[in-house]
Design a protein around this ligand. Structure first.
Ligand code: MG
Length: 304
């Protein structure tokens, strides 16, 4: 029964999913799947398999999966920028990069204030071209998903790379371990998860929300939602402003007011999601060893 793939917490959730649509497994064989990015022009999805130091690609036209890049610099989160280019967080070289249309790689940021970044984790590009990313320590905490090292910065911050100057600026410095991030569809609010419970007893496992001012200044930062199963890692918005987030038991869907509406159950811990498909109404789910997808009755937000 496909209905078993869903848990309806708020009755509205019944309109936001088709309970006859199964959660489909598209691929199995990753160690830790992360960072899904869908390319509409090529009809493929790229994602990271972090401990295996490779990126995989699922072809929507055939269902086949191949290696996109290996070694891959222990990439984690990815996004697609306004020009359709892949933007990647690399644990290995502790940097943020862009893959150009000709295949060459451009470094967007690798230092702040002269010090090496920790290990960029997740990234979004705003409509004005600003690149926002989180920089926790997971890629330098051990040799499992990068190279063990001390933090030079000594803090885990959220950064914004200015589209005009290319300068890397601290956008928020009061996180324990900032992780996933996404803008609301109107880009007036930025949401950032904190997975600090991995390092601090009773530490944060929530998503915070900020108002985004002109030139990217953040205000506010109150807790939007606290995870009820594991931790929130990466997440995305749909076109109507609902938030679909990774969690320990699947994908949790929140209303814009912070109400938990329901869950898409996934049999593995989910790390990240993205909308894709020709009509952008397929939710791709990176969950530990596997890539899953579920078709929804509406589309994801325009900006990934
Ligand atoms: Mg993450």
């Amino acid at each position: 029964m496909a209905a078993e793939d869903y848990e309806i917490v708020d009755e509205r959730f019944g309109r936001y999913v088709r309970t006859s649509a199964r959660v489909e497994k598209l691929y199995e064989g990753s160690r830790w799947a992360e960072g899904p990015a869908y390319f509409a022009a090529g009809r493929y999805l790229v994602w990271s398999d972090i401990p295996n130091d490779r990126m995989l690609r699922w072809d929507e036209t055939t269902g086949s999966v191949g290696v996109f890049r290996s070694p891959a610099g222990y990439t984690n989160g990815h996004t697609v920028d306004r020009e359709g280019r892949l933007v990647s967080c690399e644990h290995g070289a502790r940097r943020l990069t862009r893959t150009e249309h000709d295949g060459s790689i451009t470094v967007i940021a690798d230092r702040f204030d002269g010090k090496r970044l920790n290990s960029p984790n997740d990234v979004v590009v705003a409509s004005d071209g600003a690149v926002w990313f989180t920089d926790p320590t997971y890629g330098i905490d051990s040799d499992y998903e990068g190279y063990r090292a001390e933090s030079e910065i000594g803090a885990s911050n959220v950064y914004r790379v200015d589209p005009q100057t290319g300068a890397c600026e601290v956008a928020a410095d009061d996180f324990v371990r900032p992780n996933g991030l996404a803008f609301s569809p109107d880009e007036r609010k930025l949401y950032v998860s904190d997975t600090g419970m991995t390092h601090v007893a009773d530490g944060p496992r929530h998503i915070r929300v900020f108002d985004v001012g002109r030139s990217g200044a953040l205000r506010g930062g109150e807790v939007f939602a606290t995870c009820t199963a594991g931790m929130f890692d990466g997440f995305r918005f749909d076109e109507e402003g609902r938030l679909w987030t990774s969690a320990g038991d699947g994908v949790h869907c929140y209303d814009g007011d912070g109400t938990l509406l329901g869950k898409v159950r996934v049999p593995e811990t989910v790390a990240n999601v993205t909308f894709g498909g020709p009509r952008r109404n397929r939710l791709f789910i990176c969950a530990t060893t596997s890539l899953y997808a579920v078709l929804l009755p509406f589309a994801g937000a325009t900006r990934p």
